[in-house]
Write a new protein. Structure first.
Length: 298
């Protein structure tokens, strides 16, 4: 695949629903920090729940380049998981102005999960997988839905490598559904370019447009046949080299679709042969998630 990304239309979400998503996101992040910290994420390898302050999660640490690893991560985020998860329950704000936040987010989560299961079924058809093994590996849901606020930041801090909105990385689930506001800055790696680390902008062009990107679990299941989409968030092109410019705050949302925790994320048998032996060691989806989280919460 050229990028590991695709754009989806006719996905079922209305313009109004997507506008409500960002309206609720603004309402959550507009709270005083002490209110957001009433539902703190317990950092570590466990699933992320509640609010995580700026500079706590360090996506730059996933990269091997020391210059990138030294970048400051300038985002805060709210994460929720499935409603049935009793081991890692969700944390919800109790502010009166957020009274409708939980029911909206739970319904949005459910709709995203339905879309992802349909996409996994489409992949089964494309690969000629007739036993439903991709869909069944993702039920019941273990997915995280994340709202992210990227705080205003001097453009020069990002242009010259002092800070990052999101450093280059791949997601670790099978697929992700990212949603952007109109600020821009999302870039994806173009693997067809002979130059390494060549990124191209993926600007928001339609308020009903949904993005899909491949994650590491699907890469593992297909034994490397499909590569995860490497992406980052940078200053919009028009502001990268404008002296003294400050990037406005940016909202984004990602439905980080994940496999059921107990299933294996080693390659499926149809993608393994004597000529193409398994490239990845066996582990469960939860072991894979905990390993990845341990790298960014240190």
């Amino acid at each position: 695949m050229r990028t590991g990304f695709a754009k989806l239309k006719n996905h079922g979400f209305s313009v109004q629903e997507l506008q409500y998503l960002f309206t609720w996101s603004h309402k959550f992040f507009d709270q005083p920090v002490e209110k957001k910290n009433e539902i703190p994420n317990e950092t570590g390898p466990r699933p992320v729940r509640g609010y995580t302050e700026y500079r706590i999660e360090n996506i730059p640490l996933l990269h091997y380049d020391e210059k990138i690893r030294r970048m400051i991560d300038s985002k805060g985020h709210f994460d929720q998981g499935p409603t049935h998860d009793k081991e890692y329950p969700n944390k919800w704000p109790n502010a009166p102005e957020l009274a409708g936040f939980r029911p909206f987010m739970e319904e949005f989560y459910s709709q995203c999960d339905d879309i992802c299961l349909k996409l996994m079924n489409a992949l089964e058809i494309a690969f000629g997988i007739e036993d439903g093994s991709l869909v069944e590996r993702c039920v019941p849901s273990a997915t995280d839905l994340r709202l992210t606020y990227h705080s205003p930041i001097p453009a020069e801090d990002m242009t010259f490598g002092r800070a990052s909105r999101i450093a280059p990385h791949t997601d670790f689930g099978p697929i992700t559904l990212p949603f952007q506001d109109g600020t821009g800055g999302l870039e994806i790696e173009d693997r067809t370019n002979p130059e390494p680390y060549h990124y191209v902008p993926l600007p928001p062009t339609d308020t009903t447009e949904m993005i899909l990107n491949v994650g590491d679990t699907l890469t593992r299941w297909t034994n490397g046949r499909i590569s995860g989409g490497i992406h980052r968030v940078t200053p919009p092109e028009a502001l990268k080299y404008e002296s003294g410019s400050v990037l406005p705050g940016k909202m984004s949302m990602a439905y980080l679709f994940k496999a059921e925790r107990s299933v294996s994320v080693d390659p499926l048998s149809r993608f393994v042969s004597d000529a193409e032996p398994a490239r990845y060691p066996e582990m469960t989806a939860f072991e894979f998630q905990k390993w990845r989280n341990s790298l960014v919460y240190v």
